[in-house]
Design a protein. Structure first.
Length: 113
């Protein structure tokens, strides 16, 4: 194979990698937003200021070659909602569990598995 042919293959592989990374990120971020919406809709506490509910945030980011999906509280007392009162008001884990299969199935579809 000529150098030009090798260069073309490498260029095409790089373009495929970039597209795949973008698609993987979009799926992860969409999954995080679905988890966020589910958490906001199903949180077990009574809103007083609505700050805790509005402060539930889902996002995704790359850490080298690993994509991370995050669901978190943005209020400082979110940790107490999750851990205090025998976890009566915990919502993060339930939200993740409610959407994880859908997210995994979307990845399988993307990858042709």
């Amino acid at each position: 194979m000529s150098d030009e042919g090798s260069d073309a293959v490498i260029k095409n592989l790089k373009a495929y990698e970039d597209k795949m990374r973008s698609a993987l990120y979009i799926l992860a971020d969409t999954g995080a937003k679905m988890m966020e919406a589910w958490a906001k809709e199903n949180a077990h506490w009574v809103d007083r200021t609505s700050n805790a509910r509005q402060g539930l945030k889902g996002s995704a980011y790359w850490d080298k070659d690993t994509i991370i999906v995050v669901l978190s509280h943005s209020v400082d007392y979110g940790v107490w909602l999750e851990l205090a009162n025998q976890r009566k008001y915990a919502i993060l884990q339930q939200s993740i569990l409610s959407k994880k299969d859908e997210l995994i199935n979307n990845y399988k579809k993307l990858l042709g598995a």
